[in-house]
Design a binder for this molecule. Structure first.
Ligand code: URA
Length: 239
């Protein structure tokens, strides 16, 4: 059960104050009748709530898979750039956030939700959730790099070491511009770019393909998204 004013505010009908005003003016129908008490207890999924002629269904949590395009920031608000949550048009919740960050120029898999507990579990360093990236690298990636990544690299500064955990590096194509796939279990700031910098190379394109059991849907073009399927949700909940 949830208070009517919270129900409406959670679903983005207005701020708590705005929805209270609407309720008091009799603009909200509960099971076909105008009600005037903001603290009326609503049974989510059972009571029918209408505001301004539209039925408002309640969603406690929402989960979207986004193929993040380059040029958009992994945040909920930004004064200059558009954000990943701006891209999700069909949301009911207004408290969605990205689970972890991808750099502005990175593309690929990003989970957008308002489920803080699930996000915390996926991001917890203790859980060692695999993240797989595809990248194009300026420079020839070698078997020696594969061994160094497998060992873990120092991506710190002259003054301060910063050791990574082992990463699984696969060379898909060598040459002056190499193509690779890398799986790591951490999410240090600019980690993939700094790991390649540590071996004297530069990431020129980066895309996340996978996070734990979630695999980027190849039908999603950059900027497109869809809701998680029941199976995907079950998979991430087990993480
Ligand atoms: N590593 C990076 O360097 N950038 C990202 O966006 C993600 C991982």
């Amino acid at each position: 059960m949830i208070r009517l004013d919270k129900y409406l505010a959670d679903m983005g009908v207005g701020t708590r104050q705005e929805v209270k005003r609407k309720i008091r003016k009799g603009m909200i129908l509960v099971n076909g009748k105008a009600v005037r008490s903001p603290d009326l207890k609503i049974r989510e999924g059972e009571d029918r709530i209408c505001a301004e002629g539209r039925e408002i269904e309640y969603a406690a949590f929402e989960y979207f898979m986004l193929n993040k395009p380059a040029g958009v920031v992994s945040a909920t608000e930004d004064s200059r750039d558009s954000t990943v949550t701006d891209l999700i048009k069909e949301k009911r919740r207004k408290d969605l956030f990205p689970v972890g960050r991808l750099d502005k120029d990175t593309e690929g898999l990003l989970l957008i939700t308002n489920d803080g507990e699930l996000a915390h579990r996926l991001l917890s360093p203790r859980r060692h959730v695999d993240k797989t990236y595809y990248a194009r690298i300026r420079g020839c990636v070698t078997e020696e790099d594969v061994r160094m990544f497998a060992h873990g690299l120092d991506i710190g500064t002259k003054e301060q070491k910063e050791q990574t955990m082992p990463g699984k590096l696969e060379i898909l194509a060598g040459g002056e511009e190499s193509r690779i796939r890398l799986t790591i279990q951490e999410g240090k700031y600019h980690q993939v770019k700094r790991m390649f910098q540590a071996v004297g190379k530069e990431v020129i394109y980066l895309k996340r393909e996978r996070m734990g059991p979630l695999i980027l849907d190849e039908n999603l073009e950059p900027g497109e998204y869809r809701r998680l399927t029941a199976e995907e949700l079950e998979g991430v909940r087990k993480c």
